[in-house]
Design a protein around this ligand. Structure first.
Ligand code: ADP
Length: 273
């Protein structure tokens, strides 16, 4: 029997049918998902640093924290107020440097309450972040995706029109199949992989500035090449990152991390002209 999903036209129609409409008071030009094969590799940090890089370059920037069970974006930016909800519409909060953010933590009474919902409910909440949040005019939105390649990640992939994804990995993940799984999932859904970020890639010696690859030589370029994509950045282990994310001060840190983001956005914008 012929599998209708093998027909590109059917696949495209299916894809369109599952995309949820954006809130009608909002316009979002580009949407980039930040994904990882598993939790704890620095996906939220890379989301935050990417948004800071875009915002510093003058792009009107937003972050949707879709990592519902481990939301860490508001804390990283020192935002603790509650989001306003008026007649079914949710208003995002704005960080010190003007980045709009929404996260479950900005909607629940207690930031420390664990989220014990099952996948379909979480998927529904994330869709609402797209349909019910009044984002206004946004040039680029970064989505801190649920970790892994499970059903929650799949729902986000299906319900929000992503222009591309950035895959965040640790050096150890590059040796395993975890990264390939994330890349394959995006490819199966026809979402472009914009590149790989190797986080905790090396340690810089504070006295001699030598880069020490404590997990062995990096395999980032090799894995990127195998998957027909590029290495966007290699981010060192830096105790300041951990400290500043805890203190809510990430947007004030002067770092080169994710400095290629403005060019990447420009490229995405030019593609549609
Ligand atoms: P994920 O979103 O993948 O679960 P996070 O971005 O929340 O991971 O990072 C997990 C923890 O590791 C956080 O406390 C973060 O500050 C810390 N961390 C991430 N990357 C680095 C790094 N390069 N150097 C130091 N600490 C880091």
């Amino acid at each position: 029997m012929v599998n209708p999903m093998e027909n590109p036209r059917v696949r495209e129609e299916m894809k369109k049918a599952m995309i949820k409409p954006l809130n009608d008071k909002s316009k979002v030009k580009k949407v980039i998902g930040i994904v990882s094969g598993k939790g704890g590799v620095g996906k939220s940090l890379v989301t935050g640093l990417s948004a800071v890089s875009a915002s510093r370059a003058g792009y009107k920037t937003a972050i949707m924290d879709a990592d519902i069970t481990g939301p860490s974006i508001p804390k990283m930016f020192g935002v603790h107020q509650k989001a306003e909800i008026k007649t079914g519409e949710i208003y995002p909060l704005v960080t010190n440097s003007g980045i709009e953010i929404i996260s479950l933590n900005l909607l629940t009474d207690n930031e420390t309450d664990p989220v014990i919902w099952r996948g379909p409910i979480i998927g529904g909440v994330v869709s609402q972040f797209w349909t019910d949040v009044v984002w206004g005019d946004i040039d680029v939105m970064f989505i801190d995706m649920p970790p892994g390649t499970g059903d929650v990640a799949l729902t986000v992939f299906q319900s929000i029109p992503l222009d591309g994804i950035i895959v965040v990995t640790s050096p150890q993940d590059l040796v395993s199949m975890i990264v390939m799984k994330a890349i394959n999932m995006a490819e199966m859904m026809d979402i472009p992989v914009l590149g790989i970020v190797e986080n905790m890639s090396y340690l810089e010696c504070p006295s001699c500035q030598e880069k020490i690859e404590i997990f062995g030589p990096s395999r980032a370029s090799e894995v990127a090449h195998q998957n027909k994509t590029v290495v966007l950045d290699r981010i060192p282990i830096d105790p300041d990152y951990a400290h500043l994310t805890d203190q809510g001060l990430i947007e004030f840190y002067l770092t080169d991390a994710m400095k290629g983001i403005p060019d990447l956005i420009k490229e995405l914008m030019e593609k549609n002209e």
